[in-house]
Design a protein around this ligand. Structure first.
Ligand SMILES: [Zn+2]
Ligand SMILES: [Zn+2]
Length: 319
């Protein structure tokens, strides 16, 4: 299988982002795939922009809650009057699939940002378990802290909120719920008369923080339909993992089940924890973890480098 690095969940000038699709693709140099999700529109043009494949999904964005990152649609969903389950169903009926966006959002009192959570996760089969911008924005509660974040984003961005992971484990104990890491990049700043005058947290910096890697069967061929299908099939099937690429290159990471045993491989020695239904069952310092006769449950691994989360696998289910 081939490992493609993706940035997922971002906004362009087609909704409330400040960058054009061309600018975003340039900022994504070195990344394989950009999955755009403008609010309630699919106006951006998918395709190859240089060496970057840009795919166009939609962030279905009802006011206040239940934002849904939907892919594989031909046109945006009219979500008027829809609740969480209606949105998931409408996307599925249109041939698409999706992920609950910032599902555990609590908002920020300091910055008067209202929470935008999911009201009911029992209907979803995918979530943005780590939402870079929302998770950080909600941790920042003072202006000095905000400035420190802008100077050194990686300090505050260290790990996904523990409660997100617990909630994800709870969901996976019952059924498979694929997890992705989303950046929710808008590029902080303002465009005035078409010129950007402020640019504090640019797309390029955000893209370094958090990526979702997909494992595809065939390498991209520069045929849009073929390449899009490869990426979407991997995301639907949960053949993907979340990584903080700037800590170290994660490509080569693998986690699988074989005859009731589970195995993890990482491209360099690290702290590997194996969890079963959210509870640690094995841990090793090294590049390999093998766990025999693991027993029924949802297994996933968390890999840390220097104490920081580097890689989060998706769960493997044993019955
Ligand atoms: Zn949103
Ligand atoms: Zn968003």
């Amino acid at each position: 299988m081939h490992d493609l690095s993706c940035v997922v969940h971002l906004h362009s000038v087609h909704s409330d982002g400040t960058g054009t699709v061309e600018e975003i693709a340039r900022a994504a140099k070195g990344i394989d795939v950009v999955l755009l999700t403008d609010h309630d529109t699919m106006a951006a043009e998918p395709g190859w922009y240089g060496d970057v494949l840009v795919l166009v999904g939609e962030e279905v964005s009802p006011k206040g809650s239940n934002h849904y990152l939907a892919f594989g649609l031909d046109s945006p969903i009219d979500h008027t009057g829809m609740d969480a389950a209606d949105i998931v169903r409408a996307v599925r009926e249109a041939g698409g699939f999706g992920f609950a966006a910032h599902p555990f959002s609590k908002g920020s009192e300091r910055f008067r940002q209202a929470p935008m959570p999911w009201t009911d996760l029992s209907c979803v089969d995918g979530i943005e378990v780590w939402s870079f911008v929302s998770d950080i924005a909600e941790r920042i509660d003072s202006i000095p802290q905000a400035l420190r974040f802008l100077a050194r984003p990686e300090h505050l961005a260290a790990d996904p909120p523990e409660e997100n992971l617990r909630e994800w484990d709870r969901l996976n104990a019952e059924r498979r719920v694929v997890g992705i890491g989303g950046v929710d990049a808008h590029q902080f700043g303002r465009r005035i008369l078409g010129r950007r005058v402020v640019r504090l947290m640019g797309y390029r910096r955000t893209f370094r923080q958090l990526r979702t890697h997909v494992l595809v069967n065939e390498l991209p061929s520069r045929d849009l339909d073929h390449d899009r299908a490869q990426v979407y099939d991997a995301l639907r099937d949960g053949r993907c993992y979340i990584a903080v690429d700037h800590l170290a290159r994660p490509a080569g990471f693998a986690f699988w089940e074989e005859d009731g045993d589970v195995h993890a491989r990482v491209p360099q020695p690290a702290d590997i924890r194996l969890l079963r239904d959210g509870v640690e069952v094995a841990r090793t310092a090294g590049a390999e973890l093998d766990h025999a006769a693991a027993g029924a449950g949802a297994y996933r691994v968390e890999v840390r480098l220097g104490g920081r989360v580097w890689i989060l696998s998706n769960p493997v289910r044993l019955t």
